[in-house]
Design a protein around this ligand. Sequence first.
Ligand code: DGL
Length: 265
Amino acid sequence: MNSQSIGIFDSGIGGLTVANAISGLLPKEHLVYFGDSAHMPYGEKSPELIQEFSTKITKYLIEEKKCKAIVIACNTASAIAYSHLKKSYEGQVPIINVIDPMIELIVASHFKKVGIIATRGTIESNVYQDKLNRRVPNQEYAVLATPLLASMIEENFIHDDISSTVISKYLSEPILDDIDSLVLACTHYPLIADDISEYYQGEVKLLLSGPVVAEKLKMILQKENLLCNERLVENEFIVSDLAKNFEKSAHKFYGTKINLKEVKL
Ligand code: DGL
């Protein structure tokens, strides 16, 4: 069981930011990454569709790829499909979402005002709002849907005129005035973290889910006695539609060549 893989999925390249943090913290684990590029962006889809895609991918990763744990490396899918998936695999395979570890981080910190930017799907699900209201009722926060960002990143508009115009348009929204921290509540956004830092000139703390999710996964694997002590084969990267942009962005982000395989579910 311990040498089995960790399944990680997202709608596209965003989840690679989480996969990257996991492989940094747990280099001996074998990862199977699934980017649902055929259905990207999730942020603009109905909850029913997101639940359907997430269920199919999780089933594939557990039944075909025999994964020992699943990381939903997508805020939108975590917001909409996590409870259902958790219930379906309770006591069989641990399922980890990207939202709860971020909430824990906010609870443990003392921010004045937290900004949260995410896809429309995540913001409209009210998951961050509900969890914050419950866990830290006095925490001031502001949420903003930034629906163009994930597609912009997927299309490789990073650190250029287009990205800086779109980013400043969103971040200058008055609702985000006076924040001292900003949750990048979409796993695509760490790819533009430098542009966002530049906008704020380093004065706002950016909160990324990759590192906290990797820590949470490590803790769960340790607790369940599932840690692997030797990775025997290369990590696997699968997409549901072999798009050139994915390959280009994935290489750029990972720094090494990633061999992509297409699997239609
Ligand atoms: N990366 C995904 C997230 O964390 C969503 C991007 C999308 O497909 O809209 O929400």
